[in-house]
Design a binder for this molecule. Structure first.
Ligand code: NDP
Length: 332
C-alpha cells in the first residue's frame, strides 16, 4: 500500500519536504485486527501540532513514522473480530490506501442518507467541536451578537448555524468573497467579513456588529482576534478553539494585544478541547444528523482525490483552499 511518513519536522510552514510517500507491504491482520480499505482521510489543522516535537494536546508524530488521523473505510478482512467484511468503519488510521487497525479503535458508521465522509466532518470531530463549543462553552442567548472566525470552515460553519438556532445574530470572518457568499447564503450568517480584502478589521466589525460582541468563537487568533476583542461587550464570552493563524509562526508575535478589554468587560475567556466531551460524542452526532436531515444545518465538504494529494490538501488548510470540511478521497 502507499503510505505517508513524516520525513522531517517542519520549521514554519510545512512543505513537500515534510512528507514522504512509500510503498509498504502489509501482513495479514493479526488477532483483534482488521484490514481496512480507506475511502476518505481527514486532514485537520491540529496535525500541524503533531508535526512539532514540543508538547501539544495531541502527541507528536515521530520522524519516519506514518502520518495518521481520522479515516473512513471498508473492512476487507475482519479475521475473527466483531466486524464483517463490507462494514463501513471510522477510526484513527494512517495516511494510506490500506490500513491494519486494532478492531477496538474502530466504530461502524451509519450515516443514513448522508455520504460516509460526513463521519469526518459535520457528524464527526469538527461537528462535535462546534456542538460542544457552542452549546457548552459559548452558550449564546437570543439577541446576542456572536462572531466566528474561519467561518466557512468545518467547525466555524457549524458554530454559526448553531448560534443562529439559539437566536443570536452571527457575524463571520472568512478569506474570500466566494466564502462569504456561502457563509451568508448557505450557512445563514447575518454578515461575513472577507478579511483578505479588508484592511481595517476593527472598522469592518463596527459596521457588521454595531451593538458589540457578546460571544466570540475563535478558530484563528492573530489580528482577527485582536479586532474582535476591541468590540467585546460587558460579560462577553470568548471560546478559544483554534489559533490557526499562528500554527506556522516560527516566532510568536506579541499578543493577544487587547487583553485590557477583558478587564474592562470582565469577559470570560475559555479554552475548549473536543476530547473532553468524548462520553457524549454519540449524542452530539445523533443531534447533528437529525438537524442536517431536517435542513436546519447545512454543511460543505472539499474533496481532493488521490492519496498522493493528501499533503496538498493538508497544506491548503493554511491557504484557505477549503470550504467546509477538507477530506481526501482515497478510493470509491
Ligand atoms: P477549517 O475547515 O476551518 O480550515 C482552516 C481554515 O482556517 C481555512 O480554510 C482558512 O479559511 C482559515 N485560516 C487559515 N489560515 C488563517 C489565518 N492566518 N487567518 C485566518 N484564518 C485562517 O478547519 P477546522 O474547522 O478543522 O478547524 C478550525 C480551527 O479549530 C482550527 O484552528 C483547529 O485547530 C481548531 N480545532 C480545535 C479543536 C479543539 O478541540 N479545540 C477541534 C477541531 C478544530 P480562510 O479562507 O477563511 O482564511
Amino acid at each position: 500500500t502507499e503510505r505517508y511518513f513524516l520525513a522531517e519536522r517542519p520549521q514554519g510552514r510545512p512543505d513537500d519536504d515534510t512528507f514522504d510517500r512509500r510503498t509498504v507491504e502489509l501482513d495479514d491482520p493479526g488477532a483483534g485486527e482488521v484490514l481496512v480499505k480507506i475511502s476518505y482521510l481527514s486532514v485537520d489543522p491540529y496535525m500541524r501540532g503533531r508535526m512539532a516535537a514540543g508538547e501539544s494536546y495531541a502527541d507528536p508524530w515521530g520522524v519516519d513514522e506514518p502520518l495518521e488521523g481520522a479515516a473512513v473505510g471498508e473492512v476487507v478482512d475482519e479475521a475473527g473480530t466483531e466486524f464483517e467484511a463490507g462494514d463501513t468503519v471510522v477510526g484513527n488510521m494512517s495516511w494510506s490506501e490500506y490500513h491494519i487497525a486494532d478492531a477496538a479503535g474502530l466504530q461502524r458508521i451509519e450515516t443514513g442518507a448522508l455520504p460516509v465522509s460526513t463521519a469526518l466532518g459535520v457528524l464527526g470531530m469538527p461537528g462535535r467541536t462546534a456542538y460542544f463549543g457552542t452549546r457548552e462553552v459559548l452558550e449564546p442567548k437570543a439577541g446576542d451578537t456572536v462572531v466566528v472566525s474561519a467561518a466557512a470552515g468545518a467547525v466555524g460553519s457549524v458554530v454559526g448555524q448553531l448560534a443562529k438556532l439559539q437566536g443570536a445574530t452571527v457575524v463571520g470572518f472568512a478569506g474570500s468573497d466566494e466564502k462569504c457568499e456561502v457563509v451568508e447564503e448557505e450557512f445563514g450568517f447575518d454578515a461575513c467579513i472577507n478579511y483578505k480584502s479588508t484592511d481595517d478589521y476593527v472598522e469592518a466589525l463596527a459596521e457588521a456588529a454595531p451593538e458589540g460582541v457578546d460571544g466570540y468563537f475563535d478558530n484563528v487568533g492573530g489580528p482577527i482576534t485582536d479586532a474582535v476583542f476591541t468590540h467585546l461587550n460587558v460579560d462577553a464570552t470568548v471560546a478559544v478553539c483554534g489559533q490557526i493563524a499562528l500554527y506556522n509562526a516560527e516566532e510568536m508575535p506579541t499578543g493577544p494585544r487587547k487583553l485590557g478589554k477583558v478587564i474592562e468587560t470582565r469577559a470570560t475567556v475559555e479554552g475548549l478541547l473536543v476530547g473532553d466531551f468524548a462520553p457524549r460524542f454519540e449524542e452530539a452526532s445523533a443531534d447533528l444528523a437529525e438537524w442536517v436531515a431536517a435542513g436546519d444545518i447545512q454543511y460543505r465538504e472539499s474533496v481532493v482525490e488521490g492519496i498522493e494529494n493528501a499533503p496538498d490538501a493538508f497544506l491548503g488548510l493554511f491557504e484557505g483552499e477549503n470550504i467546509g470540511k477538507q477530506v481526501v478521497k482515497v478510493s470509491d
